[in-house]
Design a protein around this ligand. Structure first.
Ligand code: HEC
Ligand code: HEC
Length: 358
């Protein structure tokens, strides 16, 4: 056990429920066990003694990043020596106990926050985040309730350091807790139109390197042999679906607490079949959202706006929600205070380009 005082118990708030509009996102039954995190980021194993990134921690970069108000991000994973990733379900990898993920957020080259996820012995995940000092020399464990004014983005618009219950809202609401380290996110067939994607860092882990290093346990060899991609008719659709999958699909999927909205933004992915993407079909999940009216019309809307109305982004609730930064209507409901204009424009183009009779 570590010495008392330097460590403290950080539990994901047990019964935390975040009321968002009319629906409360609640923590699913598979609650993460309480976990100890050190008070200082430098004690989490991210860095070597000389302050560089420890060589056991490998960089990776999801092809469809989450928009966080223009933050630049760096990410690393430590896979325990000799452990493999259970990839028998290509849509929901399972990681060995002791696997640690880090994600650093910086604005104007200055680190502000570094988030950590550790996989526990029972397979659950523990969450923590560290807030950097102004000099960028050290980061301290943030309070469990988060920090509302973590970093000033523009005049009086603040980046919030999320509460640990907020981590769970995105990370515990779908088939997999890990959102940026998946077959699709690490595919070597990277989407050139994905908004805000960083160039691959040197020596980054990708699906191909994971296979070469024999880290993946898949059902069939063919599944990981071909770089996965989203099933889509054209490049705009592929990128729009990828964006929605990462920025919205963590909550809007068929497996988590929001499944009852009947509104999934997780697209189909093609695994293990070489050649160009299949054409002319959107995948059942997304197709089901077309033309459906939402359950939660926007304030003042008497027309029963559709979630996605082919050819008509202006009456599509998805676009209204993405353009909004009013707490009652904005999407995503947390983690951002500035509109992602590149993301909005991509999704708008996709909806505008859909033929009306699809
Ligand atoms: C608004 C939804 C959202 C919230 C809130 C959120 N995350 Fe994430 N997180 C994501 C998504 C999506 C990714 C993958 C895409 C990316 O990295 O850009 C991710 C990636 C990560 C990663 C890299 C491993 C992975 O899953 O890809 C870590 C570590 C992480 N988040 C930790 C946290 C912690 C800790 C908190 C709370 C303090 C938190 N996150 C809050 C959505 C969220
Ligand atoms: C952290 C979880 C979370 C994320 C991420 C998220 N949403 Fe939501 N979304 C919700 C919740 C909760 C509701 C229901 C309450 C409400 O209407 O605000 C909702 C409702 C909606 C609705 C209304 C549905 C209806 O039936 O009327 C739309 C449209 C929507 N979200 C779009 C999006 C889009 C687009 C994104 C990504 C850009 C996104 N959401 C990301 C949690 C999330």
């Amino acid at each position: 056990m570590p010495t008392a005082g330097r460590w403290r118990i950080l539990a994901v708030a047990g019964a935390a429920a975040l009321a968002l509009g009319a629906v409360a996102l609640r923590r699913p039954a598979t609650a993460a066990a309480p976990e100890e995190f050190p008070l200082l980021l430098s004690e989490t194993g991210l860095y070597a003694p000389d302050g560089s990134i420890h060589p056991a921690n490998r960089p990776f970069s999801p092809q469809y990043p989450l928009w966080t108000d223009g933050a630049t991000k760096r990410r690393w994973v430590r896979l325990p020596a000799g452990a493999s990733i259970d990839a028998r379900d290509m849509d929901a990898w399972r990681f060995a106990a002791g696997t640690v993920f880090w994600k650093e957020f910086a604005w104007q080259g200055r680190p502000v926050e570094t988030r950590v996820i550790r996989i526990q012995a029972d397979g659950s995940a523990a969450y923590a985040t560290y807030m950097w000092n102004a000099a960028g020399t050290e980061a301290r464990l943030a309070p469990e309730r988060g920090v509302a004014r973590g970093h000033e983005l523009t005049r009086d618009r603040w980046h919030t350091i999320p509460a640990t219950a907020d981590c769970a809202n995105c990370h515990e609401s779908g088939p997999s807790r890990i959102l940026g380290f998946s077959a699709l996110q690490l595919s070597d067939d990277r989407d050139p139109l994905a908004p805000h994607a960083e160039p691959l860092p040197a020596a980054a882990l990708t699906l191909r390197t994971l296979v070469a290093e024999r880290r993946l346990r898949t059902r069939t060899a063919a599944e990981a042999a071909v770089a996965p991609r989203i099933t889509a008719r054209d490049e705009v659709e592929r990128a729009a679906l990828g964006y929605l999958s990462s920025n919205c699909g963590s909550c809007h999927n068929a497996a988590g607490p929001l499944a009852r909205l009947g509104f999934s933004l997780r697209p189909d992915v093609t695994y293990g079949s070489p050649g160009p993407a299949r054409h002319g079909h959107l995948g059942p999940a997304i197709a089901a959202t077309l033309r459906h009216s939402g359950r939660f019309p926007l304030p003042g809307d008497t027309t029963g706006a559709r979630l996605i109305e082919p050819g008509a982004p202006e009456v599509s609730a998805v676009i209204h929600r993405m353009r909004s930064r009013r707490p009652a209507t904005q999407m995503p409901p947390l983690g951002t205070v500035l509109v992602d204009s590149a993301g909005v424009e991509l999704v708008r183009r996709w909806i505008a380009g859909m033929r009306v009779h699809e």
